[in-house]
Ligand binder design. Structure first.
Ligand code: HEM
Length: 311
């Protein structure tokens, strides 16, 4: 993989799969603390240059909107409406290009960090620019559809920014002093002990332990990762199986040792799953942000064509 982009955002993409997460965890790719300071990096980039530019754009739009004498009332079809609409449409196209820019990064004034900073603040300025463009005229039509999709993309972006601001701290709090790799090594160490300790067990109990050992700690789709709900968890099934041991079996030192190792495996697995849950939350918003962007581009095209068609 290429070196990390300097956007500051934690390294997640909408395409992350359990296998990719496994690779990331094993490489110990990026610590949460790094991500937090980097996150501040792109929001504060160049002393909030893009925040200031976005504020100026919003103020000029407001002055234009309230200053223009549009009769009978401001609307998207007035000269002011067209101006704001053109700025909004160009901004949306430019904002979409971040997806391309992310994959072709350079350093300096137009680094990915600068782009992401501009993306966030100019993206937010669309709330003012596009809303004024509509002249507050909404209905059940393709124009309002484009507006709604745009707001959905912006809302998901806001969610993404707040996730980047808070979740990396949770990620490192969950790991404690351990690195991601150590967290996984600890699970493997327990598994080795379980494997050795299970040798004298009879078939029924050995099968329970074997099923738990074969369980992939990275299994589970996005839904399972986000909710932390793993209905087919074989480690839990093994714990429950051993809990049903008869009184005499429960006194057996081998069974007692396995029970304690299974408990340790359960806690270590919860740690890994909490880790995956937080990583999932860091990426889930992109599943809305990116596809809805493409729906927005389609609706925007339809909006512009229909406006010129009925001109
Ligand atoms: C209509 C407005 C917007 C459009 C069309 C848009 C579109 C996009 C696209 C296409 C990407 C690239 C995703 C990828 O390829 O992985 C992106 C990334 C991003 N967007 Fe937006 N966006 C908009 C508004 C916003 C807003 C308002 C925010 C924040 C408040 C935001 C935050 C972000 C961030 C942080 C990323 C980088 C994600 C990463 O690198 O992990 N976006 N956006």
């Amino acid at each position: 993989m290429a070196s990390q982009p300097d956007t500051g955002a934690p390294a997640v993409t909408a395409a992350s799969t359990p296998a990719e997460i496994r690779a990331a965890v094993q490489k110990g790719r990026q610590t949460g603390r790094q991500a937090v300071s980097d996150h501040e990096g792109f929001l504060r980039h160049a002393k909030f240059r893009w925040l200031k530019i976005a504020v100026v754009l919003c103020v000029l739009s407001l002055i234009g909107y309230f200053g223009a004498d549009v009769k009978p009332r401001p609307n998207g079809g007035s000269w002011m409406g067209y101006t704001l609409g053109t700025i909004g449409a160009l901004l949306i196209v430019w904002l979409t290009l971040l997806g391309y820019r992310k994959r072709h990064m350079t350093r300096g004034a137009w680094s990915l960090k600068a782009w992401t900073s501009a993306h966030v603040y100019l993206g937010l300025s669309l709330i003012i620019v596009a809303t004024l463009h509509t002249g507050f005229q909404f209905g059940w039509n393709v124009h309002t559809l484009a507006y709604t999709l745009m707001m959905l993309v912006i809302l998901s972006g806001i969610f993404g920014i707040s996730a980047y601001a808070t979740l990396p701290q949770q990620l490192s709090a969950n790991r404690g002093e351990m690195t991601q790799g150590q967290m996984l090594d600890a699970l493997r160490a327990i598994d080795r002990q379980l494997h050795d300790a299970a040798q004298p067990l009879d078939r029924h109990y050995a099968d329970l332990v074997l099923a738990a050992l074969e369980q992939d700690p990275f299994e589970g789709r996005l839904f399972a990762r986000l909710t932390g709900h793993y209905p087919g968890c074989t480690t839990r099934a093994a714990v429950e199986g051993f809990n049903r041991a008869s009184l005499s079996e429960a006194r057996d030192p081998t069974i007692q040792r396995i029970e304690s190792l299974l408990q340790r495996r359960t806690s270590q697995l919860s740690l890994v799953r909490r880790h995956m849950r937080i990583r999932g939350l860091l990426e889930v918003w992109l599943y809305v942000h990116v596809p809805v962007t493409f729906a927005l581009l389609a609706a925007l095209t339809a909006h512009i064509i229909s406006v010129f068609y009925y001109w």
